[in-house]
Design a protein around this ligand. Structure first.
Ligand SMILES: Nc1ncnc2c1ncn2[C@@H]1O[C@H](COP(=O)(O)OP(=O)(O)OP(=O)(O)O)[C@@H](O)[C@H]1O
Ligand SMILES: [Mg+2]
Length: 705
C-alpha cells in the first residue's frame, strides 16, 4: 500500500498509469476503471459510475470480505513479502564459472575413453584387424609389382603358342589371387569399420544416458542452483558431438601409422638407405606435434568455456525479451551478446591460426622425406628398375600424406579428449540420495499406504544449509505438528518459510537434526516414496508442455470425471465450459493444450491448476506455499474453504499471504531469519502485545492505512 501511495499515486503523478490488479482496494484512486471478464470489456467508466453499476454489488461483496479481513479481531494478512532485506549478498557471485582445467590430458581420460567405448578387448581386435587391412593392401601392391615384372620378362622372351597358353593360365591365376587379396582386405576393413561404429555407439550412448540421468538427479541446491543452463546445454550438445569424433580420429591415426610403417618398409625393401631418413623425419614431426598439442589443448579448453556464456546469455535474453524491450535495452543487450561472441571468435582465431601453422609446417617436414628418396634414387638411378622407382615414389608420397593425416588427427584427438573430459565430469555428478531404491525390499514401497497414515510431524533441532559456503537457512527448528493440524506459516521475505517446506521433501538434506513424520525419520524413507506421499503447491506454479490432463495427472491414475471434479473445485471448470460454449479453440476442456511452462495460461490459472493437482492426490500432508497469491479474493476464499473441507483429516501447512488463508488455522508459526520465533493459535497470538506476530500485524495495518 505504501508503495502504491508513494510511488504510483505521488511519484508518478504526471504519468499515465495503468494498474492491472485483482486487488479491489485501490479502485477508488483510479480515474478510469475497466473491468474485464471472459476476454471482453464488461465495464468502462469512473469510480462514481462504477458504484452505480450492478457489477459494483458483486464486487462490494468481495470488498467487504477484504475489509473484514483487515479488521482487528481477525488476524494476519499480507505479511510475507512486505519487508525486503537482502541478507544473502553472495547471490551476485553465485553462478559458478565453468571449470577450466589446465594441463595435459591424463592417462585416466584415455583409460576412461577405452573403457566406456567397449573395452580394451574390442580395441585389441580393432587393432589386429587394422594391421590385417594394412598388410592386405601392401601385399596387393607388392603382388601387382611382381606380376608386372614377370609380364615384362616374359615379353622379352620368344613367344610360341604353347607358351602363350601357359602364360594365359598363369595370368588367370594371378588375377584370381589378386582379386581374392583385394576382397579379403575389403571384408576385413568392413568388419573393422563396423566394430569402430559399434564402439562409438556404445560410448556415446553411455555418456549421453549417464549425463542426462545425473543432471536430472543432481541435487537442486548443489548443482542446478549454481550451474548455468548454458553450461549444461553446451556439454550435452557440442562436447558430446566432439566426443563422437574421437574414435574415428583414432581409427584414421591407426590406419595412417600402419600406412607409414608399410611405406617405410617398402621403401626400405627397395632402397636400404631410406631407413636413415625415416626416423629423423618422424622425430621432427613428433616434436612438432608435442609443441602444437600443448598450445592447442588449452586453446580448446578456452574455446569450450567461451561458448557456454553465449548459450546462457541467449536463453536468458529470450526469456527476458519483454523486460529488455520495455526498458529499451535492445542495444546494450546486443552489445553484450556481441562482446561474448567476440571473446569466442577471439579464441577461434587463435585456434584456426594454430591449425594452419601446424598443417603447413608438417607438410614441409613430410615432403623432406620425399625429397630425400628422390635425390637418392636419381643419384643411383641404374640400380633400380622402373617398377621399383614407381613403387618407392608412390610410397614416399604416401608417407607425406599419412604423416600429415596422422598428426593432424592426433592433435584433434587431444582436443576432442578435452570434450570427453568435460562430459566425463558430468557423469560423476553427486546424485540425490536414491540409494534405497537399489535395495530389493525398501522399507516402504511406492504402493505401501501404511505410511504416512496420520500426518503428524516432529522437527528436532533441525538445521539446513543450501551449500557449504552459505549461512544456515534454518536454524535449530523444534516443532511439533499434530495429525490433521492446519498450520499457517508467516514471516518476512527470506525468513525460511519455503526452505522449511523444501526440507520436508528432502530437496535440501538436513545439516543437523531430523524430521520425523508418523514415527519415521524421513531420512530413512525412500526418496520417491517420501515425495509421492506429500503434496505441495509451490510458490512458483510450474506446468509442463502437454495437455491440461497430462499436467493434472501425469501418471494417468485418475478418471476424467475425477479430474473434472477437481477443476470444478478450483473454479477452472466453468471457465473451460464457457469457452467450449463460445467455441474457443484455445481452451478445449481436459485436452486444452499447455505450452512450455504453461505460458499460454494466466499466472492465476497456473496456480489454480497446481492447487487442483495437489487436491487430486488426497495426501495426508499438503503444503501450500503462497499458492493463491495471484488469484482474486473471491476465488481464493472458495479454494481455501474447499481445501479445508477436502483435507479435514490431513495436515495442511499453509504459507500465508493473506489473512483469509490463515485465519482459521489451528496454529500459526512466525519465522524470522531461519528460526521459529513464535508459535500458537492466531487468536491467542494477537493478544500478546509484546510478540512478533502482534508487531508484524500492526506494522501492516499502519501501512494500509
Ligand atoms: N537456492 C538457494 N541458494 C542459497 N540460499 C538460498 C536459496 N534459496 C533460499 N536461500 C536462502 O535461504 C533463506 C530462506 O529463503 P526462503 O526461500 O526459504 O525464504 P521465504 O521465507 O520462503 O521467502 P519468500 O517469502 O520471499 O518466499 C534466505 O536467506 C535465502 O537467501
Ligand atoms: Mg518462499
Amino acid at each position: 500500500m505504501k508503495i502504491f501511495h508513494q510511488a504510483i499515486i505521488n511519484f508518478l503523478k504526471n504519468k499515465t498509469r495503468i494498474f492491472v490488479t485483482h486487488d479491489l482496494r485501490n479502485l477508488k484512486y483510479s480515474s478510469r476503471i475497466i473491468i474485464m471478464n471472459n476476454f471482453k470489456v464488461e465495464f468502462n467508466g469512473n469510480y462514481d459510475e462504477f458504484t452505480k453499476n450492478e457489477l459494483f454489488k458483486d464486487f462490494n461483496e468481495i470488498n467487504s470480505i477484504q475489509n473484514k479481513d483487515c479488521s482487528l479481531n481477525k488476524n494476519i494478512t499480507e505479511i510475507s513479502g512486505e519487508f525486503y532485506t537482502n541478507k544473502d549478498e553472495t547471490f551476485g557471485g553465485l553462478l559458478r564459472d565453468e571449470d577450466q582445467v589446465s594441463g595435459r590430458i591424463t592417462c585416466k581420460i584415455y583409460h576412461r575413453f577405452f573403457t566406456t567405448h567397449g573395452g580394451y578387448l574390442l580395441f585389441t581386435i580393432i587393432l589386429i584387424l587394422a594391421i590385417a587391412v594394412g598388410a592386405a593392401s601392401v601385399y596387393a601392391k607388392l603382388f601387382l609389382t611382381d606380376w608386372t615384372d614377370k609380364a615384362e620378362d616374359e615379353e622379352e622372351e620368344n613367344e610360341d603358342d604353347y607358351e602363350n597358353i601357359i602364360k594365359k593360365e598363369e595370368n588367370y591365376k594371378f588375377f584370381i589371387k589378386y582379386t581374392l587379396i583385394l576382397f579379403g582386405g575389403l571384408a576385413i576393413q568392413l568388419i573393422k569399420e563396423f566394430l569402430v561404429a559399434y564402439a562409438n555407439y556404445t560410448g556415446t550412448k553411455y555418456l549421453h544416458e549417464t549425463m542426462i540421468y545425473n543432471i536430472i538427479r543432481a541435487p537442486i541446491n548443489l548443482f542446478h542452483d549454481i550451474i548455468p543452463v548454458g553450461q549444461i546445454l553446451n556439454r550435452l550438445i557440442h562436447d558430446l558431438e566432439l566426443c563422437q569424433d574421437i574414435i574415428w580420429r583414432f581409427n584414421t591415426i591407426l590406419g595412417s601409422i600402419i600406412g607409414i610403417i608399410i611405406s617405410i618398409y617398402v621403401c626400405f625393401k627397395e632402397n636400404r638407405e631410406t631407413i636413415y631418413a625415416a626416423p629423423i623425419i618422424i622425430l621432427i614431426a613428433v616434436l612438432l606435434l608435442l609443441y602444437f598439442i600443448s598450445a592447442g589443448r588449452d586453446i580448446n579448453r578456452l574455446n569450450g568455456t567461451s561458448r557456454s556464456p553465449i548459450v546462457s546469455l541467449f536463453s536468458e535474453t529470450i526469456l527476458g525479451i519483454t523486460t529488455i524491450r520495455t526498458f529499451r535495452k535492445e542495444i546494450p543487450s546486443k552489445k553484450k551478446f556481441y562482446k561474448r561472441l567476440d571473446d569466442y571468435f577471439g579464441v577461434m582465431l587463435y585456434r584456426y591460426g594454430l591449425d594452419n601453422w601446424f598443417c603447413m609446417t608438417l607438410d614441409v617436414v613430410s615432403h623432406l622425406f620425399l625429397t630425400y628418396v628422390l635425390i637418392r634414387t636419381i643419384l643411383d638411378i641404374d640400380s633400380f628398375d622402373a617398377a621399383a622407382i614407381g613403387l618407392m615414389l608412390d610410397y614416399s608420397i604416401e608417407i607425406s600424406e599419412e604423416l600429415l593425416e596422422a598428426f593432424e588427427q592426433a592433435s584433434q584427438v587431444e582436443r576432442s579428449l578435452v570434450s570427453l573430459e568435460r562430459c566425463d565430469a558430468f557423469t560423476k555428478l553427486p546424485s540425490e540420495n536414491y540409494e534405497d531404491e537399489k535395495l530389493k525390499e525398501p522399507k516402504y514401497s511406492l504402493s505401501d499406504t501404511s505410511w504416512p497414515n496420520n500426518g503428524n510431524m516432529f522437527f528436532e533441532n533441525f538445521s539446513i544449509k543450501y551449500r557449504d559456503d552459505c549461512d544456515l537457512a534454518l536454524k535449530n527448528i523444534n516443532l511439533e505438528i499434530n495429525s490433521g493440524d492446519k498450520i499457517g506459516i508467516i514471516g518476512r521475505t527470506g525468513s525460511g518459510k519455503s526452505s522449511l517446506t523444501l526440507s520436508l521433501f528432502r530437496i535440501i538434506e538436513a545439516f543437523e537434526g531430523k524430521i520425523v513424520i508418523d514415527g519415521e525419520n524421513i531420512r530413512d524413507i525412500p526418496l520417491k516414496k517420501l515425495r509421492r506421499s506429500l503434496s505441495i503447491v509451490p510458490q512458483e506454479p510450474f506446468l509442463l508442455e502437454g495437455t491440461l490432463k497430462t499436467n493434472l495427472d501425469p501418471l494417468n491414475l485418475y478418471s476424467d470425471s475425477e479430474l473434472e471434479e477437481v477443476l470444478k473445485i478450483v473454479k477452472l471448470y466453468e471457465m473451460l465450459e464457457h469457452d467450449k460454449a463460445n467455441q474457443n479453440t484455445i481452451l478445449n476442456g481436459l485436452n486444452t493444450e499447455i505450452k512450455e511452462y504453461g505460458n499460454n495460461l494466466s499466472f492465476g490459472c497456473r496456480q489454480l491448476l497446481c492447487v487442483a493437482r495437489a487436491i487430486l492426490r488426497k495426501s495426508k500432508i499438503i503444503i501450500l506455499d503462497e499458492a493463491t497469491s495471484s488469484v482474486d479474493q473471491k476465488t481464493e476464499d472458495i479454494i481455501t474453504s474447499a481445501v479445508e473441507t477436502m483435507f479435514k483429516d490431513s495436515t495442511v501447512i499453509t504459507i500465508a499471504h493473506r489473512i483469509n488463508t490463515v485465519k482459521n488455522c489451528d496454529k500459526v508459526i512466525v519465522m524470522d531469519e531461519g528460526q521459529i520465533i513464535e508459535v500458537g493459535n492466531p487468536k491467542e497470538l494477537i493478544k500478546n502485545i509484546n510478540g512478533k506476530f502482534y508487531s508484524l500485524y500492526y506494522q501492516y495495518m499502519e501501512k494500509i492505512n
